[in-house]
Design a protein around this ligand. Sequence first.
Ligand SMILES: Nc1nc2c(ncn2[C@@H]2O[C@H](COP(=O)(O)OP(=O)(O)O)[C@@H](O)[C@H]2O)c(=O)[nH]1
Ligand SMILES: [Mg+2]
Length: 314
Amino acid sequence: MTVLERFAQGDIRALSKIISHVENQRDGYRQLLSRMYRKGSRTLRIGITGPPGAGKSTLVNRLVHEHADRGRTVGIIAVDPTSPFTGGALLGDRVRMNELSSQGGVYFRSMATRGATGGLASATDNVAVVMEAFGFDVVIIETVGVGQVELDIVDACDVVVVVVVPESGDGVQTLKAGLMEIANIMVVNKADRPGAEKIISELKSTMQMRRKSEDRWEVPVIATEAVNNKNIDYLFGKLAEYVEFTTKTGDFERRRRARIKKKILSIVKNRFQNEFIDNLTGKVDFNRIVDDIYEGKTGPYDIGDELYQKFRRQ
Ligand SMILES: Nc1nc2c(ncn2[C@@H]2O[C@H](COP(=O)(O)OP(=O)(O)O)[C@@H](O)[C@H]2O)c(=O)[nH]1
Ligand SMILES: [Mg+2]
């Protein structure tokens, strides 16, 4: 049997193989992905982000249990650029997830963040697409909410959960604006810690202010204690509520369509970019150009225009 046949039959080892193939962009990965897209997706993709140590992995673990208890299969992708050597937290996650996996229906994968050509966001999305084609009911993507790339990754999900903790500095003011904007559900984890009530009420009023109109989804602020399994069932219920709400308004489908459009644009952009850079290599004396700019003879915009025109004429 071929790997693809085994994949179609639900063989986890075949799944791992195909993910590696796609992740490392080995020959034929584009065609492979196209096949995956043709299967369509009935998978719910959940993004979870927030500062390091907020308890995201603990929460993911709890959510996986909630799904597994209902007989749903779950794929998990952990993107943690802070642990390039898969040390510390990520290793712990692996152990915990492997325990879960042994029950079946749960599959854990961490993203190698080094050298993801074409970008980490696109590589992560591709891995999610493979998992969706495999047929998981749910795919959960965990990222550290630090940079634009991480935000892009969770933004390509059906629903985004942003996790913060009471000790997030001086409260809401210090939260990065980007995090608030992408949240469909806010979680204040470690609610057992002092200061929890303060940040919860601050977040609640901020979210109310941001709500554009009464008929829009109201971002709930949920206090949890992941480590004590407190209020996880409530969070689980809110996730389902969000899906139901946005399905009714049509936002669920609109978001997926926007995701596909963005994907196409990024693929095209990438190809043009590579072609352009390849074209420049060897033809342009960057040292001389930099000298000229450094000495005030010209500027980067002039040079940029010049290179672009030259490329177009070819
Ligand atoms: N006090 C407290 N600690 C928690 C809670 N949830 C998670 N933790 C702990 O916080 C630490 C970081 O958790 P982890 O899930 O790895 O955080 P991540 O970096 O966001 O994935 C671990 O030691 C957890 O046991 C909670 O609700 N209360
Ligand atoms: Mg983690």
